[in-house]
Ligand binder design. Sequence first.
Ligand SMILES: Cc1cc2nc3c(=O)[nH]c(=O)nc-3n(C[C@H](O)[C@H](O)[C@H](O)COP(=O)(O)OP(=O)(O)OC[C@H]3O[C@@H](n4cnc5c(N)ncnc54)[C@H](O)[C@@H]3O)c2cc1C
Length: 478
Amino acid sequence: MKARGNEYDAIVVGSGPNGLAAAITMQRKGLSVLLIEARDTIGGGLRSASLTLPGFTHDICSAVHPLAIASPFFTALPLKDHGLEFIYPTVGVAHPFENGGAVAVYRDIAETAQYLGEDKSTYQIVMSRIVKSWSDLLPDLLAPFHFPKHPLKLAAFGLKGLQSATTFAKRFRTTEARGLWAGMAAHSIQPLTNATTASFGLVLLATAHAGGWPIAKGGSMSIANALSSYFLSLGGKMITDFPVRSLNELPSSRAILFDVTPKQLLEIAGEKFSRVYTSQLKKYRYGMGVFKIDWALSGPIPFTASQCRQAGTVHLGNSLEEIVKSEQESSEGKHADHPFVLLAQPSLFDHTRAPAGKHTAWAYCHVPNGSTFNMTERIEQQVERFAPGFKDLILQRHVMNPVQLETYDANYVGGDINGGVADAKQLFTRPALKLSPYRTSAKGIYICSSSTPPGGGVHGMCGYHAARRALRDIFNEH
Ligand SMILES: Cc1cc2nc3c(=O)[nH]c(=O)nc-3n(C[C@H](O)[C@H](O)[C@H](O)COP(=O)(O)OP(=O)(O)OC[C@H]3O[C@@H](n4cnc5c(N)ncnc54)[C@H](O)[C@@H]3O)c2cc1C
C-alpha cells in the first residue's frame, strides 16, 4: 500500500522488541511501515551470537523470557508459525545459600513454598492471591497510567507493590524466603529500600508461578526472527545498517516512532520539540549499569545444591542482607565485593546452544552507570562460592562492561538495561509527565522504547501502546 503523498505511512527507528511490536501493530492495520535499524541485524536486546568459541551460541542481552510469554501483545501473534519455540526449564529460578541448600521456584506455589519453613503459608497466601488475579492484572500492569479495568484487584496489588522490597520482606522470617524475595526484587536495579521495588519482586514471582521463566530455543534471537518474519509476511519493509542521526535522513512519512531513549531522541529530533518537553527529556534519569559475562564451559556448572543444577535461572546473592548491600553499593557508585549475580544456563535445556557435552552460561551484575571496572573476578568468585570447581570448566569467556554495552546498543545508556531508572518517580511518568507518555511535543513523532511505560524487559508492550496512540492520533484508527 502506498501512503498518501508520503513514501511510508509510518517509520519505526530501532528494531528491539518494542520497535518490532510498534511496526507490527501498525502494519497489521494495513499501513505501509518501514523499520530502520542501526546495526547489521535486527533485534535490539534479542540478539544471539557465537561470542566465545565456534559451536557455542550466547544471548548477547536478554536470555530469560517470563515477560515475553506474559505479554498480551506477543501472545496474540502467530509467532509459533514463524519458528518461535519456548523451552521451560524444570526449575524456573533457584536461589542457593552458603550452607549448601537452595530454594527452587516451580510453577506450583505449594511445591515452591515447601522450601520456606515457617514462611510457607505466608508465601502461599501472598502468591496465590496475586496469581489468581494475574490474567486480569496483567493488561493493567503492562500499560501506561490509566483507569484500570480491574480497579479493586489492581489496588490490592498496589498496596503491596508500592512498598520497598525491604519493608515487604518484614513479613518473612526465614533466610530462605528473605533471600529468594531479595533476589527477585533486585531485578528493579535500584536500592531495595526504594519505594515500589516490591512490585518487581511480586511481578517476577507471579510470572514464575503463572507462566514460567522460559528460554527461546536457539537463543533469544529466535524471538526477533519470528517477529520480523511475521512483520515481513504482513508486507512490512526493513532496512539495517542505518544509524539514524537526524530527521532529515528519513524518507517522508506521516508518523515516526522512535525505539530509542530520551538522550538519542533529543539528538535526532530535539530541534522539533518545545522548550518544556526538551527540558523534561533532559531531566530524564538513567540508572545503574550492568557488567555481563558469557562463558563457554566444558561441562555443566557443578552447583552444590541439586535444585540449581535443574534451574534455567540462578540468583547468586545468598542472603537478603548481602543482596541489599550489593545493590546499595552499586547505586552509590561503588563496586560490590560480593555482587548479586543473575545467572542463566540455557544449554542445560536447549542442546542447540553448545557442542555435545559442553555448556554455555550467561551472567551479569549491577555496577555504577558508565563503569569500566572489570567485575570478572568477583562474578566468577560468586559462582564458585555456590559451585566449587566452576572456574576449572571455563573454556572461554566474553565480557561487556557498561560502556561496551552502550556501544553495542545505544539504548543501554551507561549500561542501563531498563532504558532509564524505573523508580517511583519515573515508573509511570517515563519519559515525561504527559497525558500520553508516547507522544512527544511534535506532531507525528512518538517514542516507543522501554523508556516509556511499562518499562524494561522483553514484552513489546511499550511499542504496542505507542503504536496504538499513533494510530488514533494520526490515522484515525481505534
Ligand atoms: C545484558 C542484558 C540482559 C538482559 N536480560 C533480560 C532478560 O533476561 N529478560 C528480559 O525480559 N529483558 C532483559 N534485558 C532487557 C531487555 O533486553 C530490554 O528491556 C529490551 O530489549 C528493551 O527493548 P527496546 O525495544 O525498548 O530496546 P532495544 O532492545 O535496546 O532495541 C533498540 C534498538 O534500536 C536500535 N537503535 C538505537 N538507536 C538507533 C538509531 N539512532 N538508529 C537506528 N537504530 C537505533 C538499536 O541498535 C537496537 O537494535 C536485558 C538487557 C541486557 C542488556
